[in-house]
Write a protein that binds this ligand. Structure first.
Ligand SMILES: Cc1ncc(C[n+]2csc(CCOP(=O)(O)OP(=O)(O)O)c2C)c(N)n1
Ligand code: SF4
Length: 246
């Protein structure tokens, strides 16, 4: 029988995500990476507003729950003031790419030396599934009841690609939690991003395609299928900027 993975010591409380949500998987991976890199006592999180903020009650770490969308600015300050700390911005797509697009993009543009981990579930999960800047074309949400019309809203933003092609980050990737193989691959991306930060190489970002069964109106299994069939064809997985220094 396969050996069970040890729960990282910093995960000290249950987190209140809906059944089938992807947030908990990603937080577990972050905890594992921090522990394996010997950084779990040296980390400080800037946490967005949304279901992402439930991380705050689950991890035994320093963290600041930032105003909605402002994590890019807050994490900038955290890292500049305490460069020896590992600083992680943990946000949803609404927080990072909609209300916070200015702060998120500006931090990437300045190549701030922290790590952003952004959970893309194609809607504002916590508040009832409103449209965000990563909602798919034609996707029905509570604020796009006839389906997202990209002729008036713009197309879903592809942030890692934008950052990798226009700025000079240390690392940019997109992973997914839809099956165990991709969860393990995602762990590698998160570790690469954190190692880039440990080495002071510059800004690192990992976007994660993640299910929100509650607002998608799907079962947990069907939500994973949606990621494969609808999201990945538009949001390709992989590394868009690999580390130069290793
Ligand atoms: C200034 C401000 N505007 C709006 C809200 C309401 N609000 C809370 S969470 C949220 C959306 C979060 O969505 P996302 O970042 O995608 O995270 P998820 O819940 O999907 O993980 C909104 C709009 C708020 N708290 N503050
Ligand atoms: S509303 Fe969606 S993102 Fe929030 S905890 Fe539930 S499944 Fe996860």
């Amino acid at each position: 029988m396969a050996k069970a993975r040890k729960v990282p010591a910093i995960i000290d409380n249950p987190m209140g995500f809906c059944p089938g949500c992807g947030h908990g998987i990603v937080i577990r991976l972050i905890g594992e990476c921090l522990e394996e890199l010997g950084q779990d006592k040296n980390v400080i999180f800037g946490i967005g507003v949304g279901c992402s903020s439930l991380l705050g009650g689950g991890l035994d770490t320093d963290r600041l729950h930032c105003s909605h969308g402002r994590v890019g600015a807050v994490a900038t300050a955290m890292k500049r003031v305490n460069p020896e700390n590992i600083v992680i911005a943990y946000q949803g797509d609404g927080d990072a790419f909609s209300i916070g697009i200015g702060e998120t993009t500006s931090a990437a543009y300045r190549n701030e030396k922290f790590t952003a981990i952004i959970i893309n579930n194609t809607n504002y999960g916590m508040t009832g599934g409103q449209m965000s800047n990563t909602t798919m074309p034609g996707q029905k949400t509570s604020t796009s009841i006839y389906g997202r019309d990209c002729t008036v809203t713009g197309m879903p933003i592809k942030f890692p690609e934008l950052v990798a092609s226009q700025f000079n980050p240390a690392y940019a990737a997109r992973g997914s939690v839809h099956n165990p193989a991709h969860i393990n691959k995602l762990k590698g991306y998160i570790k690469n991003a954190l190692e880039a930060q440990i080495n002071g190489e510059g800004y690192s970002v990992v976007e994660v395609l993640s299910p929100c069964p509650t607002n998608w109106g799907k079962t947990a299994t069907d939500s994973m299928t949606r990621i494969v069939e609808e999201l990945i064809p538009y949001f390709p997985l992989g590394e868009f900027k690999t580390r130069e220094a290793k």
